[in-house]
Every structure is written in structure tokens, then in C-alpha cells.
Design a protein. Structure first.
Length: 299
């Protein structure tokens, strides 16, 4: 839901105005230990959220950026030497990866960035630019690892492709460490192609959903095969379940064959459905181990 525009800053950001949710409308452009600068992808106005998800400022970019910087200066944490960025999937929110993020924290990752983006309200290119903005403005120059779910992996690949095409991209490419892809539609999505011509599908999933289907040939040319170690974890829920719109084996949304990438040999298949693959204990353990330098376990 849209929120009123105002530039007033409460004296205590921990007691800022509660938001009305609307996570499918807001995208992060800055992040520091839960403090966020976000833009509404419908109204285009800005807000600042505290780490407690309380709105502490709202209005134009200039005023919100100033207030974001003021609040960031009050956060005492030192810049991390490495971060892992979690990027959720289409029609999901960062809450879908919360348990995985907490598990990674127990495995030595003190800086877990939960990137939030309005997945159904902008193109993949726009989402990749927002993700780049978050990473560009992280204090210090940390090593960069990523965990993506579904569409989140395509956003990551697009951003890396943008770095490869940019004169300034090498500074980010040199910091790439490892990437774990959960149920990634790396070859596009048959289900998006099958449903993409229905008005309801486009209304619900927006441009990004269409780009996974009929728009795939165009967007694919913008995607990189990441120049760093990559692990792909796919779901197979075919036994006892079947989606006629997705070739088996699949997780009922993305086929196992659609997850593949050239040169990527670390590939693991688990008995899980698409929406909950990140909740699988084996997936969480394998993700943490791979990010910490170990290969995926054998099936």
C-alpha cells in the first residue's frame, strides 16, 4: 500500500511509524545492518526504514538520503571483510530466506544482507541496478557472496553481466567469491512461457514474469555465467506430484534441466518443492559449506 509523503524524522527511529507492509512495492537502494533506503516502484517516492522495519522518513530522494546517512553514522558496526547477499524470488519477500540467513549467521557469516525488491513491479534490469546500488554503497570493499532463490538468481546474473559490460565493473568482479543458486530458472521457465500470454499471469507477475517466458531470448543476452565458483541446488518433487506445464523432473515450478549453466559442475538435487527449497535442512547445510569453501555433498 502507498504511504503518505512527508519529510519529518521522529526523534527516536526505533519508535518510527509502523509500515503497512507493501513489500511487493518497495525496493532497496541502500542497506546497512537492516537500515534501508527504499523506493516505491509504483509512486517512485522514497522512504527510510529502521532495522526494526519502522518508517523513519518518507518523501523525496534528497531528504531521505540525507536522513539515511545520518542514521547510518550512528550504527557502530565496522565494515565487514565479507558479506553474503540473499536475493529472494518472484512474488516472494526477504522473509522467505530469513531462516536460511539465520542459519548462515550460526556458520560464521556476521554480515548477511537481505536484499528486498518489488519483484513484480519492475524489470529484471531495474532490479539488477538496485542490487548494484546496495552493493556499491556497502562500507568498505567486502568480498561478495550471493544466495539467490528462483528469479533472484537471474537478477544476480544480470548484475554481474552489467559489471562485465562496465568500465568500472572490474572492481566488483574482483571481489566476487561464491554463489549458491536455489531453483534457478537459468534457461528461462516453461511455466512462464505457457502462462505468459494470459492477462492474469502478466498482471500478477509483472514484466519480470514475462521476461522469464516470452521475453527470455532478449533478457538472456544480458546475463552472465558468473566468473566465480557457483553451486546449483535444484528441487525434484516429481514423485507423487506433477505439473503438466513443467517438464519432469521438477520442483513443480522450475524443471531440473532449466537450472543448469555451462561450466557449473557443482549441482545438487533434493526432494523439495520450489517455494520451500530454502527450508530444507540439507539445502541450508550445503549452502553454508559451499559458501565457506567446500564442495556440494554428493547425492
Amino acid at each position: 500500500m502507498n504511504e503518505p509523503s512527508h519529510n519529518q524524522m521522529p526523534s527516536n527511529p526505533k519508535r518510527g511509524t509502523p509500515t503497512l507492509g507493501g513489500k511487493q512495492f518497495w525496493t532497496d537502494f541502500r542497506w546497512w545492518h537492516g537500515l534501508r533506503l527504499q523506493q516505491n516502484q509504483v509512486t517512485r517516492h522514497w522512504r527510510v526504514l529502521s532495522a526494526q522495519d519502522r518508517r523513519v522518513a518518507s518523501g523525496d530522494l534528497k531528504s531521505c538520503l540525507r536522513l539515511y546517512r545520518e542514521q547510518r553514522s550512528k550504527i557502530s558496526e565496522l565494515p565487514a571483510d565479507r558479506v553474503v547477499v540473499l536475493v529472494h524470488g518472484l512474488m516472494r519477500t526477504s522473509s522467505s530466506l530469513k531462516r536460511l540467513g539465520r542459519y548462515l549467521e550460526t556458520q560464521g557469516w556476521s554480515a548477511v544482507v537481505d536484499f528486498r525488491y518489488a519483484s513484480s513491479r519492475a524489470t529484471i534490469s531495474c532490479q539488477a541496478a538496485a542490487l548494484h546500488s546496495v552493493i556499491k554503497h556497502l562500507p568498505g570493499a567486502p568480498r561478495l557472496s550471493f544466495v539467490g532463490h528462483s528469479l533472484g538468481n537471474i537478477v544476480i546474473r544480470h548484475m554481474i553481466g552489467d559489471w562485465q559490460r562496465s568500465a568500472n565493473g572490474m572492481s566488483f568482479l574482483d571481489r566476487l567469491d561464491r554463489i549458491v543458486m536455489l531453483a534457478p530458472p537459468n534457461q528461462g521457465a516453461a511455466i512462464a512461457r505457457a502462462l505468459g500470454y494470459t492477462g492474469l499471469f502478466q498482471l500478477i507477475t509483472g514484466r519480470a514474469g514475462t521476461q522469464l517466458g516470452s521475453g527470455w531470448p532478449e533478457i538472456e543476452s544480458r546475463l552472465a555465467v558468473p566468473p566465480c565458483p557457483v553451486a546449483i541446488i535444484a528441487g525434484d518433487a516429481s514423485i507423487g506430484k506433477w505439473n503438466p506445464l513443467v517438464p519432469a523432473p521438477s520442483d513443480l515450478v522450475v524443471a531440473v534441466a532449466e537450472t543448469s549453466l555451462p561450466t557449473v559442475k557443482d549441482h545438487m538435487i533434493v526432494p523439495a518443492i520450489h517455494s520451500f527449497i530454502m527450508e530444507n535442512k540439507r539445502v541450508q547445510e550445503a549452502t553454508a559449506k559451499f559458501l565457506n569453501g567446500m564442495p556440494l555433498p554428493e547425492a
